[in-house]
Design a protein around this ligand. Structure first.
Ligand code: ADP
Ligand code: ZN
Length: 215
C-alpha cells in the first residue's frame, strides 16, 4: 500500500508512520529525517537546507522532490511505502503524482491525523528522540518508563530537536496552515483523503489508523 501521512507538526505523523512500518514491513520515508541526516553529514544538500529548517520554513520544492525521486527508486519501496512529511505543498503533491503515474503506482490513500491547533505547541516542545534508535517520546504525554532512558534500546541520549523551540514552532505551524493545508484538499478532490482523530494514546490513534485504512 502507498500511503501519504498528513498532519501538522506535532500531530504524531512520525511516530505513527514508524508503527505502520514495523507492523507492515513497508518503509517510512520522512523528508524531515532525510534532511536532518543530510545536515548532520554536512552534504551540499544539507548545507542548502539548514537555514530553512532552522527558521521553520520549507526547504525548496526542487530539493525535496529530487530527494523523494531518488528514494522511491530503491527496491524496498516495491511493496509500498509511507510518506511522512511529504508532500508539504501543492507543487510537491503534483510532482509526486506525476512521478508515481509514470511508474503506474499511484498513491492509494492519504491519511490526515488531526489534532486541535492549541495542543500542538505543547506536543512539540515536549518532544524527544532517542539518538540511538530514533524512538520518539513526549515528556508531557508519553515519557519513557525511566527518566532519560529509551524503553526500546536503553539509550541514554534523548534529544530535543533544534527546531522544537517556541519561536520556530510558531512559524512551522503558520507554514503548515498556509502551504500544507491545501495538500489536504488536493487529496480530498481525488477522493483519497481519510481523517483520524489524533488525540489520545499512541496505540489508540494507531488502532484508528489501521481501522480506517483496513490494514
Ligand atoms: P515536523 O512535521 O514535525 O515539523 P519534519 O521532520 O517533518 O517535522 O520537518 C522538519 C523540517 O524539515 C521542516 O520544518 C522543513 O524545514 C523541512 N522539511 C521536511 N519535509 C519537507 C518538505 N516536504 N518540503 C520542504 N521542507 C521540508
Ligand atoms: Zn532508543
Amino acid at each position: 500500500m502507498r500511503i501519504v501521512l498528513l498532519g501538522a507538526p506535532g500531530s504524531g505523523k512520525g511516530t505513527q508512520a514508524k508503527k505502520i512500518m514495523d507492523a507492515r514491513g513497508i518503509p517510512q520515508i520522512s523528508t524531515g529525517d532525510l534532511l536532518r541526516a543530510a545536515v548532520a553529514e554536512g552534504t551540499p544538500l544539507g548545507q542548502k537546507a539548514k537555514a530553512a529548517m532552522d527558521a521553520g520554513e520549507l526547504v525548496a520544492d526542487e530539493v525535496v522532490i529530487g530527494m523523494i525521486r531518488e528514494r522511491l527508486q530503491h527496491a524496498d519501496t516495491q511493496a509500498g511505502f509511507i510518506l511522512d512529511g511529504f508532500p508539504r505543498s501543492t507543487v510537491q503533491a503534483e510532482a509526486l503524482d506525476r512521478m508515481l503515474d509514470e511508474a503506474g503506482q499511484p498513491i492509494d490513500a492519504a491519511l490526515l491525523i488531526s489534532v486541535p491547533f492549541e495542543n500542538l505547541v505543547k506536543r512539540l516542545t515536549g518532544r524527544r528522540t532517542c539518538a540511538d534508535c530514533g524512538q520518539m517520546y513526549n515528556v508531557y504525554f508519553s515519557p519513557p518508563a525511566a527518566d532519560g532512558v529509551c524503553d526500546r534500546c536503553g539509550g541514554t541520549e534523548l534529544v530535543h530537536r533544534a527546531d522544537d523551540n517556541e519561536e520556530t514552532i510558531v512559524n512551522r505551524l503558520e507554514v503548515y496552515r498556509t502551504q500544507t493545508e491545501p495538500v489536504v484538499d488536493f487529496y480530498g478532490q481525488q477522493d483519497k483523503l481519510h481523517r483520524v482523530d489524533g488525540e489520545g494514546g499512541l496505540d489508540e490513534v494507531y488502532q484508528r489508523i489501521t481501522d480506517t485504512l483496513g490494514l
